[in-house]
Design a protein around this ligand. Structure first.
Ligand code: EPU
Length: 427
């Protein structure tokens, strides 16, 4: 297994380019199943998760070719209707093929994802939404079997809490249907907006993008089209936090600054300087004394659906707050078990106490975090440990980095380009 070796304490300098968003690429890849023909997707990140989704599309009969960041996918012949356990267990987002398969074939068999490191993560909202559209679902030997006779029928669907992939799955199931579907309390994440743009370009009629009420006017059919994946806001946020945690000055390009309102606000409150351009952000921390590190103010955060503070940046922000000048309360409201990084950060000297859904982080200031061997437990927890390692004095070894490779394109190379002393080695 590979691990990362990080010699910390090096401020980051330079320019880093942001890749396409993993969580937009996955639903857009799944959406190619909705209509036959050649689909073209630009700015597709080459990640373990996007490769898993492409493997799944292949199992279902699709053919694809990659040229740089562009992928062309042909979905003329659909020969499969099943997402097997072997794939779903490695990537929960495989459930995103349920909606498109139901729309295209009227039947789908998809392994029910189990719990994962960050929480139970049921898919009951997805299934309830499908049932409202006239789909029959049943659980058979760990698989969800869903079927519908004829077209799906428009309905009003209400989500108890906004679900990102739930909204995406129900949208994909309902675009080809009779009547009108209204999704209330829909997720407003930019990745949902990216999918809506693609579906509308394919011939769908969806109104309400970026709001929590989506109206889908059912159409008879869709056609293949060309779409571009939006920049990864979580990758952008991870680099913003890494720069503030280590000092230095970095320009982040090919990003969308409007997709990170809550994080930008919090980083400014911490003491960072951020300059925003059209598709770029420059971040730095004013130097303090002889050390090129800023004195970080401790700030509280609460994770919330967009435009609130993203749960996918909570672990990384905690690695920053560990170095704060006071107490920071980090409240995780989306997933019930997303504090797995706490025990690892404590091994590096962090002072953190968990009280239910809150973590109380007592800042130890800059330069007190010490390198240590730590273990990654999920994708964003891994990124948090990398940030802590970059900021710490001494050597940090991060093992189980396959989590990181699921969602960060060329992270080691990008950080090396910013002057970080980080390398990947085989254990
Ligand atoms: N929920 C239910 N039932 C459902 C669906 C969701 O109870 O049927 C609950 C979840 O357990 C959670 C909340 O609703 O408490 C919101 O979960 P959501 O459905 O929005 O999460 P998701 O769609 O499974 C996506 C991202 C996650 C990200 C969350 C929240 C993708 C492929 N995944 O997951 O990304 O954390 O939204 O923003 O889009 C990551 O990239 O590291 C990651 C975990």
């Amino acid at each position: 297994m590979d691990k990362l070796i990080i010699e910390g304490g090096q401020p980051l300098h330079g320019t880093v380019r942001i890749s396409g968003a993993k969580n937009a690429a996955l639903p857009l890849l799944a959406a190619t199943l909705l209509a036959p023909g050649w689909h073209t997707l630009h700015n597709v990140p080459d990640l373990r998760d996007t490769r898993t989704m492409l493997k799944l599309l292949e199992i279902l009969g699709a053919k694809w070719e990659r040229s740089g960041k562009t992928i062309r996918i042909n979905t003329d012949k659909m020969t499969g209707v099943e997402a097997p356990y072997e794939l779903v267990k490695t990537m929960r987002a495989s459930v995103l093929v349920l909606g498109p398969l139901l729309s295209r074939s009227g039947f789908a068999r998809v392994s029910l994802p189990g719990g994962c490191a960050i929480g139970a993560r049921p898919i009951n909202y997805h299934l309830k939404g499908f049932e409202k559209l006239g789909v029959t679902t049943r659980l058979e030997q760990g698989y969800v079997e869903a079927s519908v006779t004829g077209r799906m029928q428009g309905a009003t669907i209400f989500f108890d809490t906004p679900s990102v992939t739930g909204t995406e799955n129900v949208l994909m199931a309902s675009v080809v249907s009779t009547g009108e579907t209204i999704i209330k309390n829909a997720a407003k994440e930019p990745e949902v907006g990216n999918l809506i743009d693609m579906l509308n370009a394919m011939g769908a009629a969806i109104e309400g993008k970026d709001t929590d009420r989506l109206t889908v006017h059912g159409v008879e059919r869709l056609q293949a089209t060309e779409s571009t994946i939006i920049p990864d806001r979580i990758e952008t946020g991870t680099y913003l936090i890494a720069v503030v945690a280590t000092g230095g000055m970095v320009t982040i390009t090919d990003c969308n600054p409007t997709h990170l309102p809550a994080l930008t606000e919090k980083l400014l409150l911490c003491g960072a300087d951020i300059t925003v351009a059209d598709q770029a952000m420059t971040v730095s921390c004013p130097e303090v004394g002889s050390k090129s590190r800023c004195r970080l103010r401790s700030i509280d955060i609460t994770t919330l659906p967009f435009p609130g503070f993203p749960t996918d940046l909570q672990a990384q922000f905690m690695a920053l707050m560990v170095q704060g000048d006071g107490v920071s309360i980090i409240h995780e409201t989306i997933f019930e078990n997303r504090f797995m990084h706490v025990a690892e950060l404590k091994r590096m000297g962090a002072d953190i106490t968990i009280e239910g859904t809150r973590a109380v982080v007592r800042g130890i200031g800059s330069d007190k975090l010490c390198g240590a061997p730590v273990m990654a437990t999920d994708l964003r927890a891994s990124a948090s440990l990398v940030i802590a390692g970059l900021a710490a004095t001494g050597t940090t070894e991060v093992s189980r980095i396959y989590h990181l490779e699921r969602g960060y394109e060329q992270m080691v190379e990008k950080l090396q380009g910013l002057g970080a002393r980080i390398r990947k080695v085989s254990e």
